[in-house]
Design a protein around this ligand. Structure first.
Ligand SMILES: O=C[C@H](O)[C@H](O)[C@H](O)COP(=O)(O)O
Length: 262
């Protein structure tokens, strides 16, 4: 079955498979959202089945909660867990400081809260997610529906005042209607091309009334696990300053691939 996967799915799978090795018995683990994180949830479920590993998951979206329930992973709320040992999540982009853009799937708010409430955050990604400078991927901002057009105009003014080059700001749609997050908010995407100063941008946009949070994750991610389609995996630890090369085998994974459907 593994042979039927596209190289990109194989890359996501091997990153996820390597990352769940960081999970230890009894841990409280933040479960990220998106196609890469869904592989991680499947790999975690497999470890729990095969090794009797006991873990409590805190999902970062209704989608991830649904998948975890389906696979029999016990889940709880962040309020119940309070603090987590580890969060494993995907990303839309990461740079060499492990600053991230997240929120391509609209889950950035819960993801940021959960990752910030964790001792460590591990990002899992395929090689295409690595960039020299953030911003090629549109930066999502979660905004309150009330007065969103005013908020959007204020965001545009802010980009002008920051002398940011790309200033195209679009409301994310779901067909004919605005996309609505799990928190009942809208998302506006900032098509910037490049972000010269992510830290400044993150601080400034979060000051705009109506903006709930933005998709820049700075100084939050500790480790990135980068998967390749041929099974190679690279583990970069920003705090330890280490880079480890590894390999994940595709053998005996049919029980994971059997429930594919994300
Ligand atoms: O809102 C979605 C999340 O931030 C995802 O982790 C991110 O968009 C990456 O998703 P994927 O693994 O599907 O590329």
């Amino acid at each position: 079955m593994a042979a039927d996967l596209s190289p990109i799915d194989k890359a996501k799978f091997v990153a996820a498979k390597r990352a769940v090795e960081f999970i230890e018995d009894g841990m409280r683990v933040g479960l990220g959202t998106g196609s890469t994180a869904a592989w991680m949830v499947r790999c975690l479920a497999e470890r729990m089945r095969e090794e009797g590993l006991r873990v409590t998951g805190v999902p970062t979206s209704s989608r991830t909660a649904g998948l975890a329930r389906q696979l029999g992973i016990p889940i709880t709320s962040l309020d119940e867990a309070r603090w987590l040992d580890l969060t494993i999540d995907g990303a839309d982009e990461f740079d060499h400081d492990l600053a991230l853009i997240k929120g391509g799937g609209g889950a950035l708010l819960q993801e940021k809260i959960v990752a910030t409430a964790s001792d460590r955050m591990i990002v899992i990604a395929d090689t295409a997610k690595e960039v020299a400078q953030l911003g090629g991927f549109p930066l999502p901002l979660e905004v309150i529906p009330f007065g969103w057009q005013t908020t959007k105009a204020l965001i545009e003014e802010t980009l002008v005042s920051l002398e940011v080059l790309g200033r195209d700001v679009t409301l994310r749609m779901n067909g004919e209607r605005p996309f609505v997050t799990d928190e009942g908010n809208y998302i506006v995407d900032l098509h910037l091309g490049r972000i010269g100063n992510p830290r400044q941008l993150s601080l400034v946009v979060n000051q705009i009334p109506g903006v709930v949070e933005n998709g820049l994750f700075i100084d939050i991610c500790d480790i990135v696990v980068i998967g390749h389609g041929d099974g190679r995996v690279e583990v970069r630890d920003i705090n330890a300053g280490t880079v480890e090369q590894d390999r994940v085998e595709f053998a005996d994974t049919d029980n994971i691939f059997a429930d594919l459907g994300d």
